[in-house]
Write a protein that binds this ligand. Structure first.
Ligand code: UN1
Length: 507
């Protein structure tokens, strides 16, 4: 698989596939522009309703076969995908960087996350355990087991165009499900590339056609998935607005949804922080991926005694950032995904100023040579108040708000007092502060870190958050359970039928 091969497949065969086969479609054409220099990379035809129905039907049919494969045999397929990803790490990482605009390092890092989740899923394929319980009745046995759900719909966002799909898919596959993926229409070629990598492995191993469905399309395609009773689980990553629409549609038919939505992540920097770690953690968290991770650090809550020190160090560090072509490894910050994102960034800066925010590092759009796409912006820092409307809101851009606190209770209240609840961190060497932050009365987020920033979570932990973040957990730990249905089994090997709770029912 190289870049031209991806383009060729995308343009000749459209963006709809059941695994190895590409499906004809008459859906509208979308054009993929790179934010690196604004040029067109390629075009893809989106799914029309017929093509969509074909993919879901094929996924349903394939499920009947795929669920018969022993889980470790399915794990073996995922192991081979992990091997293929190792082979294609460089071209795939570059494509991610080129189509999405994240730095090359982060493009490779994203493919590494895919490899890691494959390894995790291979081990998991031998550990889809249920518990056993002791029955209250003599000569009875009780246990629980996990069965696959069926067709899993996956809606993913542009910012992690390949990794988030793999977190969902690799687990769903070892669990015995088939998957139908609707990637972001902003990064269609990354999705085509993943499908090609998978199809090589599937063809070699005679995996039933339909195990890996791809349906590139716009919002309407997402709605088809959400309302489709043939799809028992929809896993969606993206904005809170999108997640609410998906959740409502899926709940309407009593399906399951797994949501990983917006974050408004904060780092509390106490006066007992290791300052070097705190500054580096805040810097990477705020400007990495140009502020377009759902785990991006958006707020720094700083103890008043060290507030000026932190501010000065950050201003200095921001002055050393190089912004430009993400494929050039010297650059720390690449472009935003498109000019709409730039508009939202500028709009948030204006709103912050209107509410009284004071910028200590000014933002703005970069112009001139190398910045022709109009998508490169300056990471900026504003001194703000926790209650500003804009501070409560997730802007998917590198804008960092500095907030001041006196006591840790106050800092934790500020940290929690936003609608989102994804990632959080405290920088402190003080055990009491760290434990309070991690306690029931501490951070209310799905992720709470000590002396590590808010972004860059490892795949081994369950990933997701509370409140408007949606409550779902993906990736490691026991997140696999979301992709299975639990069944409780009671077996009677006695010679009569004792009823539970001692009930007598004699005739
Ligand atoms: C996301 O932004 O949707 O914690 C996922 C991180 C990454 C995943 C982010 N491992 O930054």
């Amino acid at each position: 698989m190289d870049f031209l091969h991806v383009l060729n497949i995308a343009e000749k065969n459209n963006g709809v596939s059941t695994g190895v086969k590409w499906i004809p479609t008459t859906g509208e054409t979308i054009t993929s522009y790179t934010p690196v220099d604004g040029s067109v990379i390629g075009t893809v035809n989106t799914a029309d309703r017929n093509a969509y129905d074909h993919v879901v039907q094929q996924a349903q049919d394939a499920f009947v076969e795929w669920r018969k494969w022993p889980a470790p045999k399915r794990g073996e397929i995922v192991r081979q995908i992990g091997e293929a990803l190792r082979t294609y790490k460089e071209p795939l990482g570059k494509l991610v960087s080129y189509e999405m605009g994240k730095s090359l390092q982060e493009g490779y890092g994203e493919v590494q996350e895919m490899i890691d989740i494959c390894d995790f899923a291979v081990g998991l394929s031998r550990q889809l355990h249920g518990l056993t319980m002791h029955s209250e009745r003599a000569s009875h046995r009780m246990y629980e087991q996990y069965h696959p759900l069926g067709v899993v719909g996956i809606i993913s966002a542009f910012n992690f165009p390949v990794a988030v799909w793999s977190w969902n898919t690799m687990l769903a596959w070892v669990c015995g499900n088939t998957c139908v993926w609707k990637p972001s229409e902003k990064t269609p070629l990354c999705a085509v590339a993943c499908q090609l990598i998978v199809s090589e492995v599937f063809a070699k191993n005679n995996v039933p056609e339909g195990v890996s469905g791809l349906i590139i399309g716009n919002r309407e395609v997402g709605e088809w998935l959400s309302t489709d009773t043939r799809v028992p689980l929809v896993s969606a990553t993206g904005s809170t607005r999108m997640g609410k629409a998906v959740a409502a549609a899926v709940a309407q038919r009593l399906g399951k949804s797994l949501l990983e939505l917006g974050g408004n992540n904060a780092i509390i920097i106490t006066k007992d922080a290791d300052m070097d770690i705190a500054i580096l953690g805040a810097l990477f968290g705020a400007v990495g991926t140009a502020g377009q991770r759902c785990t991006t650090t958006r707020r720094l809550i700083i103890q008043e005694d060290v507030y000026d020190t932190v501010k000065d160090k950050l201003v200095k560090a921001y002055g050393q950032l190089s912004i430009g072509d993400p494929l050039n490894e010297k650059n720390h910050v690449g472009p935003l995904i498109d000019t709409d994102a730039v508009k939202m960034y500028l709009d948030s800066i204006e709103k912050c100023k209107a509410e009284g925010g004071r910028f200590v590092v000014e933002g703005g759009v970069l112009e001139g040579k190398g910045y022709e796409s109009g998508c490169y912006v300056k990471p900026c820092i504003a001194e703000a108040q926790p209650e500003y409307k804009i501070v409560q809101h997730e802007t998917f851009a590198p804008i960092l708000y500095l907030l001041k606190y006196k006591t840790l209770d106050e800092a934790i209240a500020i940290q929690n007092n936003v609608p989102q609840g994804l990632s959080s961190a405290i920088m402190t060497l003080n055990l009491r502060e760290a434990e309070q932050f991690l306690s029931y009365a501490g951070s209310d987020c799905g992720i709470a870190n000590v002396n590590i920033g808010t972004s860059g979570a490892e795949i081994g932990g369950a990933f997701g958050g509370e409140k408007e973040t949606g409550g779902g957990r993906e990736s490691g730990s026991d997140a696999w359970k979301a992709y299975m249905r639990r069944q409780t089994n009671t077996i009677n090997y006695s010679t009569n039928l004792p009823l539970a709770q001692g009930i007598k029912f004699d005739i």
